[in-house]
Design a protein around this ligand. Structure first.
Ligand SMILES: [Zn+2]
Length: 282
């Protein structure tokens, strides 16, 4: 199993990241991708990578400026972060005396119209989105998209500007089956988080049924989005089997088949080699 999107670098999890990673391994995970939020998160992601990435457990790092961070940034501060992002992605940015490893992906990037404060800065969000999209094409790195309540606008930008050849993933997918088909037609993968386990999410369940097997990813989005059956615990990567179990039921497949396919899909997308045989348990 591979958690395609989590935030162990989030301050709610960072202090316990060692125990959280051990529990993820015990649950059968072979790796995870740390999704970037802002320049502060990138250095914590890099530290987690240096500490935990190895032959039997993979830690991928994605650097980006998250759409929900944009309301707190001025135009100039955004330009600063985007300039730093380019160097970080290339493995040329030093923070606190340590050079960050190069990125496996760019993101989170995208558009968010979920709250009043994000809605008010959509033009600045769009600028950040297009700039990071251009960087991903230039460096040919896959993208980790965060798109919330702005699917038509996001699709318009993705179509007009173009994707990196490396492709990308729509994380914590929240749209309809019809929109899902449009993202897939663009070449993107679709990742489902704990939202799919909710008691009444028929739109999301329909979307989960139309994703081709080779484009399906799974994630916990930890520390957010705890699967229904595990609430009220704080979400962590060890909870990934609950998301996989629900997808298996919705798609009429076994949990093992979903676990295996989604791991291969994530590793192919982020260019992370399969782990050493000894750590694989089927
Ligand atoms: Zn996220």
């Amino acid at each position: 199993m591979f958690d395609s999107h989590c935030h162990l670098h989030d301050e709610r999890l960072y202090a316990q990241s060692a125990q959280v990673i051990v529990r993820a391994q015990q649950a059968g995970l072979s790796g995870l991708l740390l999704a970037g939020v802002d320049a502060q998160s990138w250095s914590r992601q890099d530290r987690l990578h240096k500490q935990w990435d190895g032959p039997s457990f993979s830690i991928g790092v994605s650097y980006g400026v998250h759409p929900q961070v944009i309301p707190s940034l001025s135009d100039v501060q955004l330009d600063d972060q985007l300039g730093m992002l380019r160097r970080a992605a290339l493995g040329q940015l030093a923070i606190d005396g340590s050079t960050l490893r190069a990125a496996h992906a760019i993101g989170e990037l995208g558009l968010d119209a979920y709250t009043e404060s994000t809605r008010q800065c959509l033009p600045l969000q769009e600028r950040a989105f297009r700039s990071q999209l251009a960087l991903s094409r230039e460096l040919d790195l896959p993208i980790v998209l965060h798109i919330l309540r702005t699917h038509p606008a996001a699709l318009r930008i993705l179509r007009s500007d173009g994707l990196p050849r490396a492709g990308g993933v729509v994380h914590s997918y929240s749209g309809s089956a019809e929109l899902c088909r449009q993202y897939v037609a663009l070449g993107l993968s679709i990742s489902f988080a704990g939202g799919v386990t909710l008691a009444n999410a028929p739109r999301l369940w329909a979307a989960a049924q139309v994703v081709p097997a080779e484009r399906l990813l799974v994630e916990t989005d930890a520390p957010d989005q705890t699967p229904l059956e595990l609430r009220p615990a704080r979400c962590e990567p060890a909870f990934l089997p609950a998301v996989i179990g629900k997808l298996a039921a919705l798609r009429g497949e076994t949990a093992l088949a979903i676990a295996k396919a989604s791991e291969e899909n994530a590793r192919r997308l982020f260019r992370l080699p399969m782990p050493a045989e000894s750590s694989r348990s089927g």
